[in-house]
Design a protein around this ligand. Structure first.
Ligand SMILES: O=C(O)C1=C[C@@H](OP(=O)(O)O)[C@@H](O)[C@H](O)C1
Ligand SMILES: C=C(OP(=O)(O)O)C(=O)O
Length: 422
């Protein structure tokens, strides 16, 4: 076990303004598109965290130049893609699913590996798809090797993306550079995180790529150039959720400035979730403000489109009244950890009454008590522990540093939020 972090208790309503770093999902898509583009790009206010630094390192190792700009921006200059190279995926789904198609466009041997837990995350679908589109790849999970020839035929492929939307996004992002582009069709169980696929489509179109998505669960990307971009990256709305939850569970008020009025980020769904649970949510020129009042109400919700909000919503549900039901999230068993098992185990250890269902969690709110909250190397498990600790004295979160996957200074931001209480 790593050092334990004593989660601070809020000794009153939290009142703060919390500025969030950039979106992981937008930053890592932008890095891939910029590395494949027809000229140099500028990414402004990108997220600088483990997942995005790993993405930048992966693309650099394949030849792209990614340098620091004057104001924390990233300047990306595409170059010929070539091995030999080693790509460390860490535990980042976006790196392990978005970079193999890029590598298949390069020349030479490109080895992929990642954290021990990453080796069990689903990956075969994207590797099999690439093979059927003409790539030479050994293996079905990490570690594996891509032997690039400098081009990829592309064409039509049918996949089962029920384990992760990132299989689709990964294929689409590089597809403008495949000789024939790509048509990806999803068949099989339900498709998770559709808004993340829509984000991919929107970013491709913004880069001048022709994408057709009129038919349900079928996407066609035409071959052609990817236009270089000058992109300001929005704050990460999913990472905003623990801070907004802090307002809801303490009866306080937290504002996240720079909240986009329109966005492709699925994390925006937290507005309706918190409002359904009884908090007041307003969006104005100051940003998004969540104000908590009395006790939070339970919720019955399908989180299929926003699975990454589950740990936050589970923590809220555990502190609400009544029984909450979170549905549509069987695929979370293949996230950073098996999130359904992890939430069930950790909440029950604190005295909760939580049970896994086929596709989610039943959470009966109970008085909770002190204890160690395990993070399982999962940034969102760690932040869920922090939310609980606001109300339950003496919760200790193990491996709080794992929040660095997507938030560079979570503990500092959390302390500032609590310190700002006046
Ligand atoms: O494409 C993306 O940026 C993401 C897609 C989703 O993955 P899954 O579809 O595997 O849930 C989401 O949970 C993840 O945090 C980020
Ligand atoms: C599922 C997540 O991450 P990844 O991009 O590694 O899949 C997440 O951030 O909640």
């Amino acid at each position: 076990m790593t050092q334990l972090w004593p989660a601070p208790v809020a000794d009153g309503p939290v009142r703060a303004t919390v500025a969030l770093p950039g979106s992981k999902s937008i930053t890592n898509r932008a890095l891939v598109l910029a590395a494949l583009a027809d000229g140099p790009s500028t990414l402004r206010a990108p997220l600088r965290s483990r997942d995005t630094e790993l993405m930048a390192a992966a693309l650099r190792s394949l030849g792209a130049q990614i340098q620091d700009g004057p104001d924390g921006s990233w300047l990306v200059a595409p170059a010929e893609l070539r091995g030999p190279a080693r790509v460390d995926c860490g535990l980042a789904g976006t790196v392990m699913r978005f970079v193999p198609p890029v590598a298949a466009l390069g020349v030479g041997r490109i080895e992929f590996d990642g954290d021990a837990q990453a080796r069990t995350r689903p990956l075969d679908t994207v590797l099999d798809a690439l093979r059927s589109l003409g790539a030479d790849i050994t293996g079905t999970s990490l570690p594996f090797e891509v032997r690039g020839t400098g081009s990829l035929a592309g064409g039509k492929v049918t996949i089962d993306a029920s384990a992760s939307s990132q299989f689709v996004s990964g294929l689409l992002l590089s597809a403008p550079r495949f000789a024939e582009g790509v048509t990806v069709r999803h068949v099989g169980e339900t498709l998770p995180s559709q808004p993340h696929i829509d984000m991919t489509v929107a970013m491709l179109r913004a880069a001048g790529v022709e994408v057709t998505d009129d038919e349900p669960e079928t996407w066609t990307v035409a071959p052609g150039p990817i236009r270089a971009m000058d992109l300001a990256i929005e704050p990460d709305l999913s990472n905003a959720t623990p801070f907004l939850a802090a307002a809801a569970v303490t009866g306080g008020s937290v504002t996240v400035p720079g909240w986009p009025a329109e966005t492709t980020q699925p994390g925006a769904a937290i507005r309706d979730i918190l409002s359904d649970m009884g908090a007041t949510v307003t969006l104005d020129e100051a940003g998004l403000t969540v104000t908590g009042g009395g006790e939070l109400a339970s919720i019955d919700i399908d989180l299929r489109e926003v699975g990454e909000l589950t740990p936050t919503v589970a923590a809220l549900a555990a502190l609400a009244s009544g029984t909450s039901r979170l549905r549509g999230i069987a695929h979370l068993r293949g996230h950073e950890t098996d999130r359904l098992a992890a939430l069930e185990a950790e909440l029950n250890k604190l005295g909760g009454a939580v049970r896994q269902t086929d596709d989610g969690l039943l959470i009966e709110a109970k008085p909770l008590h002190r204890g160690v909250w395990h993070s399982y190397a999962d940034h969102r498990m760690a932040t869920a522990g922090a939310i609980l600790g606001l109300r339950i004295p003496d919760v200790q979160v193990d491996d709080i540093a794992t929040t660095g996957k997507t938030i560079p200074d979570f503990t500092g931001m959390w302390a500032n939020m609590l310190g700002a209480r006046a």
